[in-house]
Design a protein around this ligand. Structure first.
Ligand code: NAD
Ligand code: ZN
Length: 231
């Protein structure tokens, strides 16, 4: 049976109340990327970076999965073949909707990472400057999120899945952040049918064979229903 590989971005969580990157008035828009989402920004002002992620963690903790997250979890349990879920999101809304095996390529707000020994542990709700690593005791704790200039997680696994995909869908992602923006090309090269599901056409829309536009809570459940009808 067909192998489905799905990439999700901030747009799938927008209707759960979590701002996307470029939303007007969103948390992100009050900060410069270089200040809050780079290793250099963290070295310069760790307090600012912790404040930013503490606020995002607090917001994510009360957010609920929406109909789009739920539809993808349903697809994973009902589809007779493999459904691989890759997300750029640092929230846990796919898991909260019941999804299995989510590949968080940009990390997760729920995690803490030691900047010295790479040990990972569960983040406290509020991380402080000088958070101590439980393994090496160095005060080098940081959010376990991938910043600009860092290498995303699970890339070997992701490329292996893309090379065997029969169907690839990108949902709620602007196609402006690499390497995720190039996944569609990898999947197409492997012979997969490609679908973009987004509010509006993204900057890489010409790379896709099929498109579905509108809010994710409307488009994703319909797409999943259409797919399940092909079984
Ligand atoms: P992005 O903000 O660059 O793009 C979001 C996309 O979603 C846009 O194309 C927009 O048109 C679309 N969109 C907005 N509302 C939508 C809706 N209701 N339904 C469907 N689509 C909608 O986000 P990105 O491409 O994921 O890249 C941004 C980076 O920011 C990622 O690296 C991610 O780690 C991080 N981020 C994560 C979260 C989160 O975890 N919830 C939120 C913001 C940013
Ligand atoms: Zn350590």
């Amino acid at each position: 049976m067909k192998k489905i590989v799905i990439l999700t971005g901030a747009g799938i969580s927008a209707e759960s109340g979590l701002g996307t990157f470029r939303d007007e008035g969103g948390l992100w828009s009050h900060h410069r990327l270089e200040d809050v989402a780079t290793p250099e920004g963290f070295a310069r002002d760790p307090a600012l970076v912790h404040r930013f992620y503490n606020a995002r963690r607090e917001q994510a903790a009360t957010a609920l999965p929406n109909a789009a997250h739920q539809a993808l979890a349903r697809l994973q349990t009902s589809w007779p073949g493999e459904v691989i879920l890759i997300t750029q999101n640092v929230d846990s809304l796919h898991e909260a909707a019941g999804a299995q095996m989510v590949l968080h390529m940009h990390g997760n707000l729920a995690g803490a990472l030691c900047g010295v020994c790479d040990h990972r542990w569960t983040s406290p709700p509020q991380m402080q400057v000088g958070e101590t690593c439980p393994r090496c005791s160095v005060p080098a704790g940081r959010p376990d999120v991938v910043w600009f200039g860092e290498i995303p997680y699970h890339m070997d696994t992701i490329y292996a899945h893309l090379s065997k995909a029969d169907l690839f869908a990108a949902i709620g992602t602007s196609g402006q952040v690499y390497p995720a923006a190039a996944f569609v090309q990898q999947a197409a090269f492997a012979g997969a049918h490609t679908v973009e599901i987004n509010l509006d056409p993204s900057s890489i829309v010409p790379d896709f064979e099929e498109t579905r536009f509108g809010p994710a809570t409307q488009t994703v459940p319909v797409w999943v229903k259409d797919l399940l009808q092909t079984i």
